[in-house]
Write a protein that binds this ligand. Structure first.
Ligand code: SAH
Ligand code: SF4
Length: 428
């Protein structure tokens, strides 16, 4: 979602004549988009902004903007702490960055802009210059905010209540991206299953997927994130029904212990979760699955942690994003007792990641000898005439080929497996 917001800002600024630079020293504006979901991300922002003080004193015309969740969370505390900061822009103010910069030109003083709500949408194709994207895949936000209030999570506080964008706006944005050469879209929302609630027109997430299938010519469609408690039979069946929808699902489980899931306010048990995975695999046996999990939630015992490991071994995810729990301001779990020590969290995370690394590698190995449809994204990082793309299940594949394949779906025979990627041979 931050990537999407940063792209929007990039477009707004390029409409005003700015270009992007790889070198901080050359920048006239430094725009820092921020995440506050875990403590570490917030610390990184603060130390980065601190390091920019010297640069600003050498070049007083430089404008420094902090936007996004940390901006929303800390507001004036940021301008007080960092007097070299020009603008602090909250999560619902990102679309106004251009106007805020203009105002700042006229009246250069520190400003904190944290609007309660944004106009539904600031995407206006006619206001934007040239290509909307230089990439084959692009994110598109379909909703903002979250109403779930998992006890550990800061998102509902910094991104606000759930609000859906209208299907018409989403479709016109996707169609504009298509005209720029985008072939795959990733729909974004904290809980896509509740898409459509609160809109005047009667619509649902599956309706939106069906309209995208019908009214665009994308090669691939993906979405994230789905909450296990709201994953419906209808959405599971959409994977079989809609050809452009990739058979790949990110379904965060967070913990394998029912006791912990309850104190997290997740509203499902581990057996509810496993049942949904079974249903999905009945509908699509080759479904790619990824998830999020946390270790060291307050009160997590060795037994709870073993339940988490057990769930990982049962499901065998293709990919897993794993985190150490960290206290976040405003959240309920911040006030929970029985916090887990840093050492225990570290040990549990290392153990869990070793187990998942083995599973990911074995799953990659099982791909060797198969034919996979790959959407080519560009040159491989290794260079050497290699190009790269993703399989439907989101595995990275590198193979020899020409850049004229970029944006096409090609068939690749998988020859070799590594921990994080596959190597193959172009078949057609
Ligand atoms: N809306 C998504 C997740 C958003 S946050 C969902 O409901 O699944 C992304 C991930 O960050 C979460 O899935 C969780 O695993 C992790 N996370 C959130 N808050 C955290 C915290 N306080 N400490 C550690 N990890 C956290
Ligand atoms: Fe956070 Fe839970 Fe909402 Fe996801 S569903 S954003 S974890 S509160």
């Amino acid at each position: 979602m931050n990537e999407y917001d940063s792209l929007r800002v990039q477009r707004i600024l390029s409409a005003r004549g700015y270009e992007t630079t790889e070198t901080l020293e050359r920048a006239d504006v430094i725009f820092i988009n921020t995440c506050s979901v875990r403590e570490k991300a917030e610390q990184k922002v603060q130390s980065f902004v601190g390091r920019l003080r010297k640069l600003k004193s050498r070049k007083p015309s430089l404008k420094i903007i902090v936007a996004g969740c940390v901006a929303q969370q800390l507001g004036e505390k940021l301008t007080e702490k960092f007097d070299h900061l020009d603008l602090v822009v909250g999560t619902r103010g990102v679309g106004a960055v251009g106007d805020l910069l203009d105002q700042h030109e006229r009246n250069p003083r520190q400003q904190v802009h944290l609007p309660e709500d944004a106009p539904e949408d600031t995407f206006q194709e006619q206001d934007l210059p040239g290509k909307l994207s230089s990439k084959v895949t692009a994110p598109v936000t379909i909703m903002q905010g979250c109403n779930n209030f998992c006890t550990y999570c800061i998102v509902p506080y910094v991104r606000g209540r759930e609000r859906s964008r209208s299907p018409g706006r989403i479709l016109s944005e996707i169609q504009a991206l298509e005209r720029s050469g985008v072939r795959e879209v990733l729909l974004l929302g904290q809980n896509v299953n509740s898409y459509g609630k609160g809109l005047t027109e009667n619509t649902s997430f599956v309706d939106l997927l069906r309209r995208i299938q019908k009214e665009t010519r994308l090669l691939r469609l993906r979405f994230t994130t789905s909450h296990p408690k709201d994953l419906t039979q209808e959405l599971m069946e959409a994977f079989a029904e809609l050809p452009m929808l990739c058979k790949n699902l990110h379904l965060p489980f967070q913990s394998g212990s029912d006791r912990i899931l309850d104190t997290m306010n997740r509203k499902y048990t581990s057996s509810d979760y496993l049942k949904k995975i079974d249903q999905l695999r009945t509908i699509c046996p080759d479904m790619g699955l990824s998830s999020d999990v946390m270790v060291g939630f307050p009160g997590e015992t060795e037994r709870d942690f073993e339940d988490t490991l057990q769930l990982i071994e049962t499901v065998r995810f293709d990919n897993l994003f794993s985190f150490q729990y960290s206290d976040r301001p405003l959240t309920q779990s911040n006030g929970f007792s029985h916090k887990i020590s840093r050492e225990v969290k570290g040990r549990r995370l290392t153990h869990l990641q070793a187990l998942q690394a083995q599973i990911t590698f074995e799953k990659n190995l099982s791909q060797t000898g198969t034919l996979q449809k790959v959407l080519v994204e560009g040159e491989s990082r290794s260079g050497q005439g290699q190009i790269t793309g993703k399989t439907e299940q989101n595995r990275a594949v590198n193979f020899c080929g020409s850049l004229s394949e970029v944006g096409k779906l090609v068939t690749v025979e998988i020859r070799e497996a590594f921990s994080h990627s596959l190597k193959g041979r172009l078949v057609s």
